[in-house]
Design a protein around this ligand. Structure first.
Ligand code: ARG
Length: 464
């Protein structure tokens, strides 16, 4: 029975079924069947060019691999207990279909360079999908930011009302985070796009295969420079897990903001029914489950990231079976992030805002800084102006009135520099628009932000 295994030659005893199950990764890595066949097709062409298989054998292997692919595609591929992983399964089936020529396919190759190649091929496509979804999300942000430019809301620090801002400014703040994420993704795409096939088990490939043309056959930009590194390197997986965790963290904070803003206490936004759920007990409830899940799943992705780094940290060079843990993390994080971004797009493109509620949440106290700036413009040093503004706040508290109800006399009792025009401070639009320096919440700078982010998005020709 052991003779049936790819590596069974030197074994006399059978594998314990418990061990066989423990060792197998097929149920997880079968997801890469397409990439495994793609790698094998390119490899057989490479070894044919150096005469390791004849043209006829090469054609037979290629058409056999094609048939294996058809079986996967149609769901008729029959996984056997002895199929340890996708590589063994495909090769076993190829042999059944075409006979002995199949035995030449693996010449000079190892599952160690094969698995890394398959994963890199798989990830290259996966990253493109995620890139497109993230770009769509940024587009939704930009569209809303343009349409709802004139909506003002409180900006918060420490979750306390701080200064009035434009709702668009809040929206765009996440656009910039995602821009950085997309830029980080571009770096990751470059590093993933390196051919590791041709590294053998660890020492390299003893036959004069042309790795450069193998790389271009498979769409890789580069070829790995050291076979030991190539078979042990899982940086690209760790980097992907971190990258996804970072995107997940940004979207988790975004979700948390909207969870708060959608509560009755804030009432700034209402989620579409399509992204909310009800309570089985309390009929009045409309819960922001979509956003809570986005927040929750960030933890799951980071869990995979920290878990996999823990797996990597102690293993000696080069390939060790610990590395097999990489795929579960990679697939799960991909599925999770894709779901997160898709739902985020849905939530943001359908939610309704209540501009009046946002406006009502602004209070004159939020313009206390503006009193300080007013005094600065009259020539008073900022620290002193800050203290004087604080005295105005204290005075209003003492008089049990709002800051905006203080009279000119009240202001003048605090500072002689106050004149009639201080009474026109209570204009939120004017307040917001003083932040016109690029990066601020003033209309001109928010417009410039939109233009810049849009220009970047249109020209962001990330790697394919
Ligand atoms: N299923 C294995 C993995 O995912 C493939 C590589 C196995 N290599 C080996 N020498 N056992 O890591």
């Amino acid at each position: 029975m052991e003779k049936q295994k790819l590596w069974g030659g030197r074994f006399t005893g059978a594998t314990d079924p418990v061990m066989e199950k423990f060792n197998a990764s097929i149920q997880i890595d079968k997801r890469m069947w397409r990439e495994d066949l793609q790698g094998s097709k390119a490899y057989v062409r490479a070894i044919q060019k150096v005469g390791l298989v004849s043209e006829e054998e090469c054609q037979s292997i290629l058409s056999g691999l094609e048939k294996v692919g058809e079986e996967w595609e149609s769901g008729t591929f029959d996984i056997k207990d002895s199929d340890e992983d996708i590589h063994t399964a495909n090769e076993r089936r190829l042999k059944e279909l075409i006979g002995s020529a199949a035995s030449k396919l693996h010449t000079g190759r190892s599952r160690n360079d094969q698995v890394s190649t398959d994963m890199r091929l798989w990830m290259k496509n996966a990253l493109l999908v995620l890139k497109t979804e993230l770009q769509t999300f940024v587009t939704v942000i930009l569209n809303r930011a343009k349409q709802e430019m004139d909506v003002l809301m409180p900006g918060y620090t420490h979750l306390q009302r701080a200064q009035p801002i434009r709702w668009s400014h809040w929206l765009l703040s996440y656009g910039w985070m995602l821009k950085r994420d997309l830029e980080r993704l571009q770096g990751l795409q470059t590093r993933v796009s390196s051919l590791t096939l041709g590294s053998g088990a660890l020492a390299g490939n003893p036959f004069p295969i042309d790795r450069t043309s193998l790389a271009s056959d498979l769409g890789f930009l580069d070829i790995s420079g050291n076979s030991l590194d190539a078979v042990s390197d899982r940086d690209f997986v760790a980097e992907f897990l971190f990258w996804a965790s970072m995107v997940g963290t940004h979207l988790s904070r975004w979700a948390e903001d909207l969870i708060l803003y959608s509560s009755k206490e804030f009432g700034f936004v209402t989620l579409a029914d399509a992204y909310s759920t009800g309570s089985s007990l309390m009929p009045q409830k409309k819960n922001a489950d979509s956003l809570e899940l986005i927040r929750g799943k960030a933890g799951r992705m980071f869990g995979h990231c920290s878990g996999f780094l823990m797996t990597l940290k102690g293993i000696p060079s080069t390939y060790n079976k610990d590395l097999q843990e990489d795929k579960e993390a990679m697939f799960d994080v991909y599925d999770t992030l894709l779901g997160v971004v898709k739902v985020a797009i849905g939530v943001l493109s359908t939610l309704q805002i209540d501009a009046d509620k946002m406006r009502q949440a602004l209070s004159p106290e939020m313009l206390a800084t503006d009193i300080a700036y007013y005094l600065v413009r009259k020539g008073i040093p900022f620290r002193e102006a800050h203290g004087l503004s604080g005295m105005c706040v204290a005075l209003a508290e003492k008089k049990k009135c709002s800051l905006s109800e203080l009279t000119l006399q009240d202001f003048r009792s605090v500072s002689e520099q106050c004149t009639e025009d201080i009474l026109s401070i209570w204009d939120y639009e004017k307040s917001v628009d003083q932040y016109s320096v690029y990066g601020g919440t003033g209309k001109t700078s928010v417009t410039a932000q939109i233009e810049n982010l849009e220009a970047w998005l249109n020209q962001s020709d990330l790697l394919q």
